[in-house]
Design a protein around this ligand. Structure first.
Ligand SMILES: NC(=O)c1ccc[n+]([C@@H]2O[C@H](COP(=O)([O-])OP(=O)(O)OC[C@H]3O[C@@H](n4cnc5c(N)ncnc54)[C@H](OP(=O)(O)O)[C@@H]3O)[C@@H](O)[C@H]2O)c1
Length: 267
């Protein structure tokens, strides 16, 4: 079966106004899927929709919603209506860096709600339609931060550990209904993430990954594996997690992130 037959005719991409989400929208449009693209910044969604309609002759519905609002999932369900949804990309998310006790408490809670609660609510509402079809896919965006704690980005790392555990569990559960669930773990990637998170420099050295490379790599692996970590260096780090005590990984992650915090303080 072709990609459209397996994961079409419609896909939903959250966090599509920038970064990885916009790249997922472009990559899925190029494969011929119709799209519902969502985020808060409506103008960006409209521009993206126009671009993709013109380039790929597909249908694109931009739906501006704040996923932190209780009514957001209902709005997306209404936007989907009786369209046959075949793929859900749970991508919207953000991070924040700094000392745990000094970071804005409300923002930290919102991070947990967007990174953890929103995919739960979205997938509970929308996966029954995929189950009825007996096919389709879910892409869950976790992170390399999912595999060890991240001091000075403590809540972010914890939220991404949740995404990894949720995605992997659903690979098994939804897999029984013919649905492919892939959990994607990008490392440092060139998006607006670091600007939003207040991280001006990469925590781990090396240039950031191209977001389209992450997206294309993940789409090639959908239906073939449960979890995919982007980049050989990141995969090596994740493997080290299995052999080294968690205390050492916590210390190492803390050293890197603390250094960055000091650098930022000094600048
Ligand atoms: N970039 C990296 O290095 C990296 C590494 C590992 C994992 N990730 C993960 O990748 C995912 C995508 O992030 P990105 O790197 O592409 O960053 P990004 O460019 O900042 O994109 C984040 C997206 O989430 C949306 N969003 C934020 N708050 C929202 C809300 N309340 N309601 C609805 N949408 C909201 C943003 O749109 P609006 O502002 O328009 O709402 C934006 O489209 C995140 O889950 C992130 O944790 C990123």
């Amino acid at each position: 079966m072709s990609f459209v037959q397996t994961y079409g005719p419609w896909a939903l991409v959250t966090g599509a106004s920038s970064g990885l989400g916009a790249c997922y929208a472009r990559a899925l449009a190029a494969r011929g899927l119709n799209l519902i693209v969502t985020a808060r910044r409506e103008e960006r969604l409209r521009t993206l929709a126009e671009e993709l309609r013109a380039e790929h002759q597909i249908l694109v519905d931009p739906v501006a919603v704040d996923l932190l609002r209780p009514a957001a999932v209902r709005s997306l369900e209404q936007a989907i209506e009786d369209r046959r949804l075949g793929l859900i990309v749970c991508n919207a998310g953000f991070g924040a860096s700094g000392r745990f006790h000094e970071l804005d408490a409300r923002r930290q809670t919102e991070m947990v709600r967007l990174n953890c609660e929103a995919p739960v609510r979205l997938l509970q509402a929308l996966s029954p339609a995929l189950i009825r079809e007996g096919r389709g896919g879910v892409i869950m965006i976790a992170s390399t931060a999912s595999f060890q704690c991240t001091p000075w980005m403590a809540v972010y790392g914890a939220s991404k550990a949740f995404d990894l555990a949720l995605g992997e569990a659903l690979t098994v559960e939804l897999g029984k209904h013919g649905i492919d669930v892939l959990t994607v773990c990008p490392g440092h990637t060139a998006t607006e993430f670091h600007q939003v998170a207040g991280v001006e420099r990469a925590a781990v050295g090396g240039p950031p990954a191209d977001p389209m490379e992450v997206v294309e790599g993940s789409l090639r692996r959908l239906g073939k594996q449960m979890t995919w970590v982007h980049g050989a260096r990141n995969r090596w780090m994740v493997r080290a997690n299995r052999f080294l005590p968690r205390s050492i990984m916590a210390w190492a992650a803390g050293r890197v992130l603390a250094k960055r915090l000091q650098d930022d303080d000094a600048s």
